[in-house]
Write a protein that binds this ligand. Structure first.
Ligand SMILES: Cc1cc2nc3c(=O)[nH]c(=O)nc-3n(C[C@H](O)[C@H](O)[C@H](O)COP(=O)(O)O)c2cc1C
Length: 132
C-alpha cells in the first residue's frame, strides 16, 4: 500500500472527473489516496495565481515519487496540445521531484476514455508503485 496525494486544478470539471476516477481505482487496488483541488470550481481568478505561484515555487519534492496527469484538446494549436502535462513535468523536474511513471495524457472527450485509457494507466501505475 502506498499513500498517494493527488492535487488537481479543473476549470470545467474534466480533470476533476479523471482524478476522481483514478482515486477510486487506486483505492480499489489497495492504496490510501487523498484528493484535493488547488482551487474550487470555475475559471481561475488572477488573485489566486498571485498567491499560488510564489507558494509552489518554494516546494521541494525531493522526498516524493511523482506522476503527472494532463488534459487537453486537439482543437488547440498542436504546439500546445496537452501543454498542461509538459508544464507539470517541468515543474516536478525543477523542484527535485522524481517522475516515476509516464504521464497520463487525456485528449478530447473524457467520459469514453475513463474505462480504457484511464483505467489501464491506473493499473500500470499500481504495478509501478509496488516496485518502488
Ligand atoms: C481557456 C482554455 C484554454 C485551453 N488551452 C488548451 C491548450 O493550450 N492545449 C490543450 O491541449 N487544451 C487546451 N484547452 C482544453 C482543455 O485542456 C480541455 O478542455 C480539458 O478537458 C479541460 O479540463 P477541465 O474541465 O478540468 O478544465 C483549453 C481550454 C480552455 C477553456
Amino acid at each position: 500500500m502506498v499513500e498517494i496525494q493527488i492535487i488537481f486544478g479543473s476549470n470545467g470539471g474534466n480533470t476533476q472527473l479523471v482524478c476522481e476516477y483514478i482515486t477510486d481505482q487506486l483505492i480499489e487496488l489497495g492504496h490510501k489516496v487523498h484528493l484535493d483541488p488547488t482551487y474550487e470550481h470555475g475559471s481561475l481568478e488572477p488573485n489566486f495565481l498571485k498567491h499560488f505561484w510564489p507558494r509552489i515555487q518554494e516546494i521541494d519534492l525531493q522526498q516524493h515519487a511523482c506522476v503527472v496527469i494532463g488534459l487537453g484538446d486537439i482543437k488547440y494549436d498542436i504546439d500546445y496540445h496537452i501543454e498542461s502535462a509538459r508544464i507539470l513535468q517541468a515543474y516536478v523536474e525543477t523542484h527535485n521531484g522524481r517522475l516515476v511513471h509516464p504521464s497520463l495524457m487525456v485528449s478530447g472527450k473524457v467520459l469514453p476514455l475513463l474505462d480504457k485509457l484511464v483505467k489501464g494507466w491506473s493499473e500500470r501505475l499500481h504495478l509501478k508503485l509496488e516496485t518502488l
